[in-house]
Write a protein that binds this ligand. Structure first.
Ligand SMILES: [Cu+2]
Length: 619
């Protein structure tokens, strides 16, 4: 296979003892390239990267939709109305009692709640289009900020010239928290209920079989005797707005449960999975993507400041999603119309552009928000120290980042990230789900270890993610005091070990999903994600909109450099290494990337899915 040269590699315990063979020279070259990337990154650091003002004031462009055979230039206008009054600074509310968000599956038959919830949305939907509180504008808020309609600004309001993007970085959690915070406040004000809370879609809950289904409140209620309360003295449930006209995959309705390892290309093969199999895989996935992430960088994503430009071809600062964001992508794909030719745009949930048009979006994000709180309270038990406290970033550029939203009075409010970090200070909390959470916290992956001879391993020397599972060599070393810089670890034993694929070029329009295994060169698409060697999944939602199949006619577009996103993709390795019995720092290992998508039309000889280097990193 021409694009994927493979080399037999000699494996010593120490990389120093390796002879300089042709393969060795290539590997040396690869690590040289890795250091060049790092040096360039360092040199190109602008002297004055500052916190970002994510504002809906100023230049706004329509959001591009990918061309179809019929229409070459398609776009959606999701710019927000200008504020009618001067923006105000956000003030933390005076909290007398905490509002409690409850799980959607437990609220399904609460007639009073569901009717209130539906009425609030009906009223929101009835507001005129120039009202920023209207459902249309709530959807547009997500569409415009998450699809780069606006430009990133400095805190003095001057534009940086870079598109504003609130995914792929540390802004993902705080921005979406405040989006649903104001959304909830507006809904409450429309029904004169200041205590109103959004329900959360508790998809990580594997204790209750209904928790991971599309919650009943988003579906038409059946005339059923199973829920007599619906039609009893409490009246009937009306939920028309919550489902009518929403575009969701009809194959994923209850009793189907959201599989958190969902893989559109394997959907047929996995159709016969038992509920127990799904349940087990789901626990493993939340364990890997939440519990296994100790540092802020691993869970929340990489930094975002005024030097960050995620969409330029030759860029320095690249996007980096945390475990939280990667995990949340799966529910988006599964609810939306992925790979349905009648819905080429994957709407609603399957694409950032339309996700906010489905009310389930706000409940999905409420669970993402809840898991953020849960994550901060998890014990370490992963780093050699074992007692690192999981904390939010404390960088100045993070804390001082500003967002603008419209509040329940239709006023523009400027919120600083530092005011978003404690949900209790914002006046709300979540109903505790201790028993369900503990299932994934205490999950034990299958103990199976792959057996192979190191001397038989063929590692790739080209930095490309290929059609078939590909193994790469990862050179390891012990952490030093220098690795502490920029982290929140108190000492080297608190550092979390990981592997980073640097500067992966991902076509914006391409659905990409791959699994990563350590020291498991025999891993294939059939390998269970719940085995010891698995360290996580990367998922990229097509963020222009098109089906994968449609791309067959549009190869030319992929040549445009601005159609790529450059991302760092990080996997936490401490626990897997422990499980695999790799206890020293000198053992080099293989990293096997198993693609779980079929890029029809792209072919594999594309510039896409190459990366600059693969390296060990401590955070
Ligand atoms: Cu978003």
């Amino acid at each position: 296979m021409g694009e994927r040269p493979m080399q037999k590699e000699s494996w010593g315990r120490s990389s120093a003892s390796r002879g300089v063979t042709a393969a060795g020279r290539k590997l040396l070259w690869a690590s040289f390239m890795c250091s060049i990337v790092l040096v360039l990154q360092y040199l190109a650091q602008p002297a004055s990267a500052d916190p970002v003002l994510a504002s809906s004031v100023g230049f706004c462009k329509p959001v591009r939709l990918e061309a179809t055979a019929e229409e070459r230039d398609r776009s959606v206008q999701c710019c927000l109305p200008a504020p009618r009054r001067d923006p105000k600074r956000f003030q933390l509310p005076r909290v007398h009692h905490l509002r409690v968000r409850r799980p959607a599956h437990e609220l399904a038959n609460d007639v009073e709640y569901v009717n209130k919830y539906n009425l609030a949305y009906e009223r929101m939907n009835a507001l005129p289009a120039d009202d920023p509180r209207s459902f249309l504008r709530q959807w547009h808020t997500h569409c415009s900020f998450c699809k780069e309609a606006y430009l990133q600004r400095r805190l003095n309001n001057s534009a940086t010239g870079y598109p504003l993007q609130l995914h792929y970085s540390w802004t993902f959690l705080p921005w979406h928290r405040m989006l649903i915070y104001f959304h909830e406040k507006i809904l409450g004000s429309l029904i004169d209920d200041p205590d109103f809370t959004l329900p959360f879609w508790n998809w990580d809950n594997q204790l209750d079989a209904t928790a991971g289904q599309i919650p009943q409140i988003f579906l038409p209620y059946q005339q059923s005797t199973r829920w007599p309360r619906q039609h009893g003295r409490h009246g009937k449930i009306r939920n028309t707005f919550l489902y009518e006209g929403k575009r969701r995959n009809p194959n994923h309705m209850p009793p189907k449960v959201l599989p958190l390892t969902f893989d559109a290309s394997l959907e047929k093969e996995r159709a016969n999975w038992t509920h127990d199999q799904i349940r087990h895989a789901n626990l493993g996935q939340v364990y890997e993507m939440v519990y296994n992430k100790v540092s802020a960088r691993e869970y929340m994503g990489g930094p975002y400041d005024t030097s960050s430009n995620f969409t330029e071809a030759v860029n320095v600062t690249v996007g980096e999603s945390g475990g939280s964001e990667s995990l949340h992508n799966t529910a988006h794909e599964w609810v939306g119309m992925l790979n349905n030719t009648a819905y080429p745009d994957n709407e609603d949930m399957g694409v950032f552009t339309y996700a906010g048009r489905d009310p389930i979006f706000y409940s999905h994000h409420a669970n993402v928000d809840r898991l953020w709180n849960v994550w901060k309270a998890l014990p370490d038990k992963i780093t050699p120290d074992g007692h690192r406290v999981r904390r939010d970033y404390d960088d100045y550029d993070f804390l001082e980042t500003e967002f603008t939203f419209y509040d329940e009075n239709a006023d523009m409010v400027i919120v600083k990230v530092k005011d978003t970090l404690d949900s209790r200070k914002l006046g709300y909390t979540y109903q505790p789900m201790v028993e369900a959470d503990s299932l994934w916290i205490n999950h034990k992956p299958n103990g199976t270890k792959p057996s192979y001879k190191r001397s038989d391993v063929r590692v790739s020397t080209s930095n490309a993610i290929a059609r078939h599972p590909t193994s790469f060599k990862l050179t390891r070393r012990a952490p030093t005091a220098g690795d502490l810089r920029g982290t929140q670890a108190q000492n080297v034993n608190q550092l979390s070990e990981g592997v980073v694929l640097e500067h992966v070029r991902v076509p914006e329009l391409m659905y990409v999903r791959f699994d990563v295994f350590l020291d498991s060169p025999t891993a294939t698409a059939e390998t269970d994600e719940d085995e010891s060697a698995y360290v996580g999944t990367f998922t990229h939602l097509p963020s222009g909109v098109t089906t994968v199949t449609d791309l067959g006619q549009k190869l030319v577009h992929v040549e445009d450099d601005d159609m790529y996103r450059t991302l760092n993709i990080r996997f936490s390795t401490s626990l897997a290494l422990k499980r695999l019995g790799v206890t020293d720092w000198d053992t080099d290992i293989t990293v096997t990337v198993v693609p779980r998508f079929r890029p029809h039309g792209y072919g594999w000889n594309i510039k896409a899915l190459t990366f600059a280097c693969l390296r060990q990193e401590f955070t």
